[in-house]
Design a protein around this ligand. Structure first.
Ligand code: HEM
Length: 595
């Protein structure tokens, strides 16, 4: 059911109580007034009601602030009443701006923590690693994802790990943890199969003299790997034809018709809808009075997942029957992961509830697929802009593995430059650039000015933080913060910047809700990059093939920061991605010799 009607009904009392009270008072005093005076009074009653609520909140805040010995945090003030112009600014930035432009500017102008009040909805924002540490780790119980996050996301994320708090979140985390707790060699086989399929697809297309949308390619790779890893049933998106660039005579000859493309499209659309809800803010349900905008996409997504979940439940029952008839014991307990088990067949040991299983696996797919594809895309972008880094990385790969051998987990652990390239890309282009929590109780954050009273943070408000802005800040990373330089993860800058202040680098979050798939992601990405660079030794951006509406706008050249040098348009929904894809050409390595 669309959220619009329940939203209106849930808020109706705010519109009914004031005029009803005014009407009752007029009746009580037998006032007989002209119609227009009555109308004006009803309207004023509403203003009075709002003023009363604001005053009550203000008094409560002042009391709490005194109790906590705190001061008001600085505010970001817009141009128009209610700071409504900020909604426009954010929507415009999402369309044509550079990611985080406005919040970076506000951070530079105001400080590392400030409040924003849009139409009475007060939120706080920070890029201070000390505060982010408080939110994610030291005062973890003081923050939650909260009602609003869940409300915006639930038509897609349901009640999965991403969208839950408290005991339900603990339950999800404990169900998923064993699956990520050890390195599973079989994952490498899985990465190997899909990486090889993707790379041969890429090679075939490049050999036609065509450019390739790398983002599309790796999104298929991560979709196929993730669906097989999670469900044991791959969507085979790599078996469909790759799209041709708009400049190619073959453009449009690969019409997306297969179900797997329908799944990927529905998946992207659903994510875009939920993130747009977040951008619109409190009033988004009013745009969905008659129709839940995710409904059609979720139908496609569920049509894919549901039969797989049902099959897994049926399989579990079948196994149980066989075991009881042959009197054998379960190969593994519900917390252990048996060899070759998928996440779904593991989860099914804990519950047969179809909704929990669908929500859980879909949450994993959302968490693991786009994040990994985005990172691979950004790594290729950075390597295309820094050929010396590309060559050094190839040297390391060839030295350890030669031109053909597949890596093992030990190989990957030993390749320090590879890890530095991945981390440096994650620093400049974190797949999750912004994140949000909700305060449970009133609390405080340290002020920017040492020795000053801390900032007051009210109860029940959204607090956002940005790994993206923090990880590009000269204050925390030094004067070359905006440059791509993997050596900063290897040289003296580690002990100068990162070791004393580890919360400046948070691409996977931190604390109890740290990304559960972090190691999986490092392995998957390392594996893919190694196989790719064993085959190709030059990468260049095919800017001619990039769709016209996804090229960096000319005015970016006048901007400060990375916008002025960027050759693609980074955008965000839940995760960051390259607008219009990332079109590249690559050169096959000739007569590769082992180093
Ligand atoms: C480059 C790849 C990845 C990045 C940058 C990344 C980043 C993150 C971040 C920042 C969060 C915290 C989100 C929040 O608190 O709202 C997170 C959570 C999570 N990630 Fe990842 N992730 C990646 C890959 C993966 C993979 C491959 C999987 C699983 C297969 C995965 C599973 C999860 C899950 C389940 C959570 C929720 C954890 C919780 O709330 O307890 N991630 N990830």
């Amino acid at each position: 059911m669309p959220e619009g009607i329940p939203f209106i009904l849930g808020h109706l009392h705010h519109f009914v109580i004031p005029p009803l009270t005014a009407y009752s008072l007029l009746n009580l005093f037998h006032a007989r007034l002209p119609f227009y005076v009555n109308t004006l009074l009803y309207f004023l009653s509403f203003i009075f009601y709002v003023a009363l609520r604001v005053a009550a909140r203000w008094i409560k805040d002042v009391r709490e602030m005194r109790r906590l010995g705190a001061q008001r945090a600085p505010r970001w003030i817009g141009k128009y009443p209610g700071n409504v112009d900020m909604i426009g600014l954010m929507l415009q930035e999402a369309k044509t701006g550079y990611v985080g432009d406005h919040l970076t500017k506000a951070t530079n102008d105001i400080g590392s923590a400030f409040g924003i009040n849009i139409l009475g909805d007060f939120q706080m924002f920070t890029t201070n690693p000390e505060i982010v540490k408080i939110i994610l780790a030291t005062n973890f119980p003081g923050y939650e994802k909260g009602r609003r996050f869940k409300f915006n996301m639930r038509s897609v994320l349901g009640d999965g790990i991403f969208n839950s708090d408290g005991d339900i979140w603990k339950f999800h985390r404990s169900m998923a943890r064993p699956f990520f707790s050890r390195e599973r060699i079989s994952d490498f086989e899985l990465f190997g199969r899909h990486a090889d399929a993707a790379i041969s697809k890429l090679a075939a297309r490049l050999s036609e003299g065509e450019a390739v949308d790398f983002q599309d390619l790796v999104s298929r790779f991560t979709l196929d790997s993730a669906t097989e890893f999670l469900f044991g049933s791959c969507v085979h998106s790599l078996s469909n034809g790759l799209p041709y660039a708009h400049i190619s005579p073959r453009y449009n000859s690969n019409a997306p018709s297969a179900d797997t493309d329908a799944f990927a499209t529905a998946f992207n659309n659903a994510l875009l809808t939920i993130i747009t809800r977040g951008r619109i803010g409190l009033l988004w349900p009013l745009g969905e009075i008659f129709k839940d905008k995710t409904a059609d996409d979720m139908k496609v997504i569920r049509a894919f997942i549901k039969p797989i979940v049902q099959q897994a439940i049926a399989q579990k029952k079948e196994n149980a029957k066989l075991e009881s008839s042959s009197n054998t014991e379960h190969a593994s307990g519900k917390d252990e992961v048996a060899e070759g088990e998928t996440m779904l067949s593991h989860l099914v040991k804990s519950t047969e509830d179809e909704k929990i299983l669908m929500d859980e696996t879909l949450n994993m797919l959302i968490a693991g697929r786009d994040t990994t594809a985005a990172l691979l895309t950004f790594i290729i972008y950075c390597l295309s802009r820094h050929p010396a880094v590309l060559q050094r990385l190839r040297q390391e790969i060839l030295m350890h593995l030669g031109a053909t051998r597949s890596p093992t987990p030990t190989d990957i652990r030993e390749m320090r430059y590879l890890r530095a390239v991945i981390n440096e890309t994650l620093r400049l282009f974190p797949s999750v650039p912004f994140d949000v929590r909700r305060t449970i109780k009133a609390t405080t954050w340290p002020s920017d000015v040492p020795g000053e009273k801390p900032y007051y943070v009210p109860a029940g408000i959204s607090v956002s933080y940005s790994a993206f802005i923090m990880q590009r800040s000269e204050k925390y990373w030094g004067p070359d913060a905006l440059e791509f330089d993997p050596d900063r993860f290897l040289d003296e800058r580690v002990s100068k910047y990162i070791t004393p202040n580890p919360y400046i680098f948070l691409p996977f979050n931190a604390g109890p809700r740290i990304c559960i798939g972090q190691q999986f992601a490092y392995n998957e990405i390392s594996f893919f990059l190694i196989r790719l660079l064993q085959s190709f030794d030059q990468i260049e951006l095919a800017t001619d093939a990039q769709p016209l509406d996804s090229r960096p706008p000319a005015e970016w050249k006048q901007k400060t920061g990375r916008a002025a040098i960027e050759q693609f348009v980074p955008q965000t929904h839940l995760t960051m991605y390259a607008k219009g894809g990332l079109w590249v050409r690559m050169k096959t390595a000739s007569a590769i010799e082992d180093v």
